[in-house]
Design a protein around this ligand. Structure first.
Ligand code: FAD
Ligand code: THG
Length: 876
């Protein structure tokens, strides 16, 4: 029974007569259809009935009550997207007045640069431009497609703009590199003498963020949604592990679904329900000049701007017009983290809670540099400015997803205006349909390792993200702060061998070992080629890695596999769970190892795993990271019949691989490990010397050998045992770069890079791991519909010196037909090999071109795998 207070609120929020008719100033219900894979997937999804049924089972509700916290650009977009999918009982609450609420959206200058190293973020941005472009508002434009221009004043930036032009090509954003004169023709305030060139993207532009929020709110309201200002949500109401509503000063607003879109205040709200949102509110300076003479009469008050939005990233600056003035944004100042608790309530704030007074001293260099680039500013000065607050995250990505321990509590946080519509669409799909139609793994709430959810880590890395926001970031660049947090038991041995350590998932990982420099010299003298690299591709790289890869194929090497995420699944229900979650058949004998996939409900690849059956009810799963743990946890049966444990940290693993691997290991083991006795893709629990180990005959590098696991306390002894025994076989320790190049030669995909939830098994060439004759597994139904247009191919470069690093566009003839995912120099064939998504019809033998920093390199599509298709190296 509801109490009086609740009844009152329920009535307030209850469906409220016929929805108001659509006012005529906003456009048709849905803006023009977009022909993107995500949209097609969406269409597919809607036709898949079983998914709907699953969804309804999830919520046991047809039209649940949704409360969105926050009426900024994200909350308003969410309301539009969710109501468009038929969930119309939706209330948006904001603590401030509508729609200039006092949040970040209220004063965002609204520059939308779409091109991003992330394909997903680029797609989010593209959708925002398309959606906003079709919105209307009585006061004027919502999106002004003035185009975007980024200029280079250093050689390094000019090279980087070539790389950026590559991403734009790869992700389908129109763009062109221009010489200084062309830049100045587009943006006459620019001093062409100051720049080396620019990158122009005509579909970028300015978003009027508050109007965009209001226009989307009106669309949502027309379908039945309610927007209520001056409603400060102070608590989240839970009942039986589900969200039940939110609490405001007026009482409780009941809800089945609550979406936290509270901008930089979101972390505080999430904390109330035990959720860490790794975001830090930071101040960022924005200023406006007085009138600029050359702009006089150029723009109408209504139009505001006609020059492209401009970025000068070498000096952490961006610019836009405000009629006859210039707005300047600056990221060059010290990081200024803010504690939201120190900010006033909207009603008490003189201006807005997310606007702090301008700190002029911090802006000093910005003004000087702005005048250098745009000399016409010199006759004017900064007339107003503020320090505006918005969210930064450790990796620069947004945070999306549902609370694992509180069903129905969702977040859509740390979102720029630029990505807002895309994030809102994916979140709405996720909430209503059960699965987002875009690959959101980079933004997933559960992508963070435990260590990355500490306050210290969040603070340090988010500050770093602020400092680096306009920096040129090398794809292999690694974090320098907070190092040494996770080390394998082999770490001191590796350091002695001169390991050059990268960081990944908090782990210290050897990239190569200086101890192998001598081997490299020896091989070079013997005629093994070591092609030179250009400065860019030579960073975070060493020719020693070529020697390490070569030696793995020639002799034997030890690889530290400790950071490979692994779980133990045990209990009477473990097999059934694995059968339900993965594509391959796992009901095999004890001692079997199986390569298998996790799919989402759309049939997209969520992960690829190896599953070793170590007992009737005991499985060891080799996985890809925290998202797998999240997926397993969400699907654990309620009856306690399955126990899931992350055993990564308590165990360690050495991969011993190469033709001499058996000669090295057999003498240490009293069990027979011959090919006949210990077959490929089998597991054995035994001892090496006195050390208890689990050996899996699996090799991601495609060689004879084993992954050898033991618990952490034996790690040092295991390494020493293998190392000492290996002397006679000239064993080396080898690093991640060699490892990566070998797995690419062998045709093995890396999840998250080569394939993501965007891709079906057939598209990724992994149909062999899918058993359609098996009983139901998640994603199976969707596979029946899939006929991929693009498939993953191996391409081999013709020039031995040609390299790519990832994300470069690939051309078939003059048409950009796809893009590179990952690449490595193959010591075995003496060429760089890359994976690329290309039209399915492209056949082995076809010649393509990949564009690296503006230069095209020819490559030939190769049958897979490039090295050892007959498996002769492994099965012996
Ligand atoms: P907000 O707009 O902050 O909305 C969150 C809402 O939640 C607020 O209205 C708040 O009142 C409400 N709220 C919070 N807590 C509660 C509660 N407990 N109860 C009820 N309501 C609550 N992005 C770009 O893409 N391009 C740019 O050029 C750009 N420039 C920027 C310049 C500056 C100076 C700043 C500060 C930001 C800029 N951004 C830009 C970033 C962008 O403004 C934000 O990322 C974006 O507006 C965030 O939108 P949001 O809806 O998540 O947050
Ligand atoms: N080792 C273990 N688990 C893992 C990985 C690993 N899990 C995550 C990731 N790496 C999974 N990726 C692969 C990719 C390919 C193979 C193993 C793990 C592999 N494939 C054989 C092939 O395609 O020839 C499979 C053959 C078969 O199915 O019989 O070996 O590195 N433990």
């Amino acid at each position: 029974m509801l109490n009086a207070q609740q009844r009152h609120i329920t009535q307030q929020c209850a469906p409220r007569g016929p929805p108001p008719s659509t006012a005529n100033f906003f456009v048709n219900e849905r803006f023009p259809a977009v022909d993107s894979p995500a949209v097609r997937r969406d269409h597919l999804l809607r036709n898949t009935n079983s998914l709907r049924i699953e969804q309804h089972r999830r919520h046991a509700l047809a039209n649940p009550r949704v409360v969105v916290i926050g009426a900024g650009i994200v909350g308003a977009s969410l309301a539009e997207e969710i109501t468009a999918r038929g969930w119309t009982d939706l209330t948006v609450l904001d603590r401030g007045p509508l729609f200039t609420t006092g949040g970040s959206t209220s004063h965002a200058p609204g520059l939308v640069f779409q091109t991003n190293p992330s394909k997903t973020m680029t797609e989010f941005a593209r959708y925002t431009t398309e959606k906003f472009g079709a919105l209307e508002h009585p006061e004027g434009w919502v999106f002004n497609r003035v185009g975007g221009l980024e200029v280079a004043t250093t050689r390094e930036r000019w090279r980087d703009l070539h790389r950026k032009a590559g991403w734009a090509r790869s992700w389908g954003i129109e763009g062109r590199l221009l010489d200084p004169a062309e830049c100045a023709a587009l943006h006459p305030l620019l001093d062409p003498e100051r720049i080396l060139g620019g990158f122009h993207t005509p579909t970028d532009g300015l978003a009027k963020a508050v109007r965009a929020a209001a226009a989307q709110a009106r669309l949502a309201t027309a379908r039945g949604a309610q927007f209520r200002g001056h409603q400060h949500v102070r608590g989240i109401v839970e009942r039986g592990g589900r969200v039940a509503g939110v609490e405001t000063a007026d009482g409780i607003v009941p809800a089945d679904i609550v979406v936290c879109a509270a901008g930089f205040w979101g972390a505080e709200l999430a904390k109330k329900v035990g959720l860490v949102l790794p975001l830090v509110p930071m101040a960022h300076q924005y200023a406006k000049t007085g009138p600029i003479a050359p702009l006089a009469g150029r723009n109408t008050e209504l139009g505001e701007a006609s020059l492209p939005i401009l970025r000068h990233q070498d000096r952490d600056l961006y610019f836009r017009e405000h009629v006859d003035r210039i707005g300047i944004g600056y990221y060059g100042h010290r990081p200024m983290p803010i504690d939201p608790a120190d900010l006033p309530e909207p009603s008490a704030a003189a201006s807005m809670p997310s606007m702090l007074p301008f700190t002029e001293d911090d802006f000093g260099p910005a003004w000087h540099e702005s005048v250098e680039l745009l000399p016409a500013l010199g006759d004017s000065k900064v007339e107003e400015g503020f320090n505006g607050i918005f969210s930064f995250t450790p990796d620069g990505f947004s945070i999306m997803g549902e609370h694992r321990e509180l069903a129905g509590f969702w977040v859509a946080e740390a979102v720029w205006v630029t990505h807002s519509a895309g994030v809102a669409r994916a979140t709405a799909e996720w909430i209503v349909d059960g699965t987002p139609g875009t690959d959101v793994h980079e933004c997933d709430l559960y992508r963070f390792e435990d260590v990355a959810r500490s306050a210290e880590f969040i603070r340090e890395t988010s500050a770093q993200a602020f400092v680096e926001v306009y920096d040129i970031i090398h794809p292999h660049q690694y974090r320098t702060a907070l190092r040494g947090l996770r080390t394998s038991p082999f770490h001191s041995r590796q350091a002695e061998l001169g390991a050059y350590f990268f960081e990944g998932g908090g782990w210290e990982r050897p990239a190569w070992y200086e101890a192998n420099a001598e081997l490299a010299q020896r091989l070079r003298a013997a005629g093994v080629p070591f092609p030179e690299r250009d400065e860019w591709s030579g960073r975070f790289w060493s020719p020693i890695s070529i020697a390490e890869a070569h030696w793995t194929r020639e002799r034997v090497a030890m690889y530290d596999m400790t950071p490979l995420t692994r779980y133990e699944l045990s209990g009477a229900g473990a097999l059934a769970l694995l059968q339900r979650l993965t594509t391959n058949n796992l009901d095999k004998s004890v001692g079997s190892v199986t390569y298998t996939l996790l799919l989402d409900e759309n049939g997209g690849i969520r992960s690829d795993l190896t599953v070793a059956r170590l007992g009737r009810h005991l499985f060891q799963v080799g996985a890809n990271g925290p998202l797998d743990f999240d997926w397993f946890t969400r699907h654990l049966p309620d009856d306690g019949s399955v126990t899931l444990r992350d055993i990564t940290g308590g165990t360690c693993c050495v991969g011993v691989w190469g033709p001499a691997a058996r000669d090295l290991v057999q003498p240490l083991c009293s069990d027979d490990i011959s090919h006949a006795a210990f077959k490929y893709f089998r597991a054995l629990r035994t001892h090496l010397g006195a050390i208890p180990v689990t050996m899996l005959r699996v090799s991601y590098v495609g060689e004879l050998g084993w992954e050898i696991y033991t618990s952490a306390e034996y790690g040092g002894a295991l390494w020493d045992l293998l190392w000492t025994a290996g002397r006679a076989h000239e064993v080396i320790a080898a690093g991640r770069i060699a490892f990566n190049s070998l797995r690419i030669e062998k045709g093995y995909r890396a999840w998250g890079t080569d394939m993501t939830p965007e891709h079906s098994p057939a598209a990724a060439g992994l149909d062999f791991a899918v058993r359609m004759d098996k009983a139901d597994f998640i994603g199976k139904d969707a596979l029946k519909h899939s006929a991929p247009e693009k498939t993953l191919h191996s391409i081999v470069f013709d020039d031995p010196a040609a390299v790519v690093l990832g994300k470069e566009p690939v051309y078939v003839g003059d048409t950009c037909a796809g893009y590179v995912t990952s690449a490595g120099y193959s010591a075995t064939i003496g060429r760089c090999i890359a994976y690329a998504w290309l039209p399915a019809a492209v056949e082995p033998g076809a010649v393509v071109e990949a564009e690296y920093l503006g230069q095209r390199h020819t490559a030939t599509v190769h049958a897979e795998p490039v090295v050892d298709p007959a498996m002769a190296r492994i099965r012996r």
